[in-house]
Ligand binder design. Structure first.
Ligand code: GCB
Length: 592
């Protein structure tokens, strides 16, 4: 599925703005056909945004069930004869969509886009009513998993991951017009041959007309540097300007469909020429060893929750540049398309993660302890769950395959991985991921409960990714003991001969809390904790990256161990630096 674009042959219209919203905890709206008329008893709701924190009503914050969104839009009158589609960049966690009275789409998974051809249902120049029933329920058969409990006080959503279950239309909604004969998909793979950049591409077309494919590659100044013909071919760029960390140089590939010299469709694909490979314990980009500095992030901000916001996008990247971060992980789900576009442009490296988080009944909200279920079983996370997980992998890879910033896939965060059942669950998912993309390394993020020697899934991965909290959840306040235990474990992993990225290490810290002593929750402790970790990493050459947990404080579900959310940010939720941010800046900006 291609991105909505304005080109010589394509147009898009944003449906962002104020929609009508009505919450429906009982599912009554389907039977009552709420899609068939203007929504009653509705309130105004911005799109994109999570609906949870916008209003003052506590019922919206903890709502479980459907959230009915509705808007009207006029189809541009100039779109007659075009193929008209409706696209949601995301609907968390699933949606049923109607245009007028007609159901047009159903989509499962809260962080990837879906689109539907509505040409036959609309008349250019006329207004349409668009309704989406967006459901936020998590079960053992969803990604991520959860349980809806019926209590005397009503339905309650439980989940096993440590971030608030924000829901709604978190990203843009579009009407798009393309020619009926059109570019349907493109895959770009780049390699480097000496100083020549090789851009391989594969174009899929659809539609009634007989067309030929012509591709034109232009540099950042718009100067044509290569041209080819055919749906599948290679372009050669002499003295290529490579895409590299810190140097987000992008070419633009125009894919032209032509019929007798006439332009039928034109789609623009940005291209960064770079290679990624794992060699021994090195993670190489363009043949050079790369060391990741940065964070696990969240899409999270006050008021808008997980709603995408360009102001926070640009501000967060500015803070990452200030602090010397060259990379981040999209913990724990695919982020908005705009984030990857901007990472491409800024030369920021991305570990792209599937929303498979919380598949571990030994953990809840970041805390060890049994959740009272068996993780993988016919009654809990089962074959059906794995099929949903597989689809989430397919959709993520299809969406993000052409981003040069994406150098590594993470297919799960902290699943149970020390049992035969876990191994059986993950083996086919690794096979699937490899069949979809042979150009990038593939891994998953290992949890402390499955240390070296116990983890049965790590051997399937190209890169070892470890989340470890020595000095926080274990050896709390005792950094000397933490350092010894952490060093011992890390040295065991180093023996596997693979690159190791520390994908999480962090300590909750209340901004403004100070202490003379090594007191957990103080700003001084966070700094000392990070310094201890860095001493450990610097002793182990196989460590090729450090991602602090987290970039910023973020909202979670309620719990006695969370004070208005998780406080492990180097920045507060409103992006003010804690002492740790200055300490990280000293370390990271001193790197060559
Ligand atoms: C983890 C999880 C992350 C939590 C973090 C914590 O291991 O991957 O989602 O937020 O720990 O702070 O407990």
């Amino acid at each position: 599925m291609l991105r909505p674009q304005d080109t010589n042959t394509r147009e898009r219209k944003s449906l962002n703005g104020l929609w009508e919203l009505r919450l429906d905890g009982t599912g009554a709206g389907h039977d009552a056909r709420w899609f068939a008329a203007p929504l009653e008893e509705s309130v105004a709701m911005p799109v994109p945004a999570s609906y949870n924190d916008i209003l003052t009503d506590p019922a919206a914050r903890t709502h479980v069930g459907d959230a009915w969104y509705q808007t009207t839009a006029r189809v541009p009158r100039g779109w007659a004869g075009q193929r008209i589609s409706l696209r949601f960049d995301s609907a968390t966690h699933r949606a049923v969509v109607w245009v007028g009275d007609t159901e047009v789409a159903r989509h499962e998974g809260g962080y990837t886009p879906f689109e539907v051809d509505i040409t036959e249902l609309v008349t250019p120049g006329e207004e349409i009513r668009v309704t989406a029933a967006v459901n936020n329920e998590l079960t053992f058969q969803t990604i991520p998993p959860g349980i809806v409990e019926d209590t005397p006080q009503g339905r309650r959503q439980r989940y096993f991951h440590d971030f608030f279950n924000y829901a709604g239309l978190h990203r843009s909604v579009w009407l798009t017009a393309t020619p009926r004969t059109r570019v349907e998909d493109v895959t770009v793979v780049t390699t480097i041959d000496g100083t020549t950049g090789v851009v391989g591409y594969d174009v899929v077309t659809d539609g009634p007309e007989d067309v030929t494919v012509v591709t034109v590659l232009r540099d950042a100044d718009g100067v044509e540097v290569a041209r080819a013909a055919g749906a599948s071919s290679e372009l050669h760029v002499a003295d290529a300007h490579l895409w590299a960390p810190g140097d987000g140089y992008l070419y633009e590939l125009e894919i032209r469909l032509e019929n007798g010299g006439e332009l039928v469709d034109s789609y623009l694909q940005t291209v960064g020429i770079r290679t990624v490979e794992v060699v021994g314990t090195e993670f190489r980009i363009n043949g050079e060893p790369f060391y990741f500095t940065g964070f696990g992030k969240h899409e999270d901000s006050p008021v808008r929750g997980k709603g995408h916001d360009d102001a926070f996008l640009v501000h967060d990247f500015a803070l990452m540049e200030w602090i010397g971060a060259n990379s981040f992980r999209t913990s724990h789900y695919p982020y908005a398309d705009e984030v990857y576009d901007y990472a491409d442009r800024q030369g920021i490296v991305v570990i792209d993660e599937v929303a498979a988080v919380g598949q571990n009944m030994g953990l809840g909200g970041g805390i060890f302890g049994t959740q009272g279920y068996t993780t993988f079983s016919p009654e809990t996370i089962n074959d059906k769950s794995r099929e949903v997980h597989a689809q989430a992998i397919r959709e993520l890879f299809a969406r993000d395959k052409n981003h040069p910033s994406v150098v590594l896939w993470s297919i799960a965060n902290e699943p149970e991985s020390d049992t035969d059942a876990a191994r059986a669950y993950f083996e086919p998912l690794f096979e699937l991921a490899r069949s979809l993309d042979s150009t990038r390394p593939i891994g998953f993020v290992n949890v402390m409960l499955a240390p070296h020697g116990k983890c049965q899934v790590s051997e399937l991965a190209d890169v070892i990714m470890l989340n470890r909290y020595y000095g926080w959840y274990v050896n709390t306040g005792d950094l000397a003991a933490a350092e010894e235990a952490w060093t011992a474990e890390l040295e065991q992993w180093a023996g596997d001969g693979k690159p190791i990225i520390i994908t999480e290490y962090g300590a909750d810290t209340m901004a403004g809390l100070h202490s003379l002593h090594q007191t957990p929750w103080s700003e001084e402790y966070q700094v000392a904790y990070l310094e201890m970790n860095h001493r450990v990493f610097d002793k182990v050459p196989a460590v090729v990256g450090e991602h602090v947990w987290n970039f910023a404080d973020f909202q979670t579900s309620d719990g006695v161990f969370r004070a208005d959310g998780n406080k492990k940010g180097a920045f507060t939720r409103d992006r003010r630096p804690k002492a740790a941010a200055h300490a990280l800046r000293s370390r990271w900006t001193a790197r060559p």
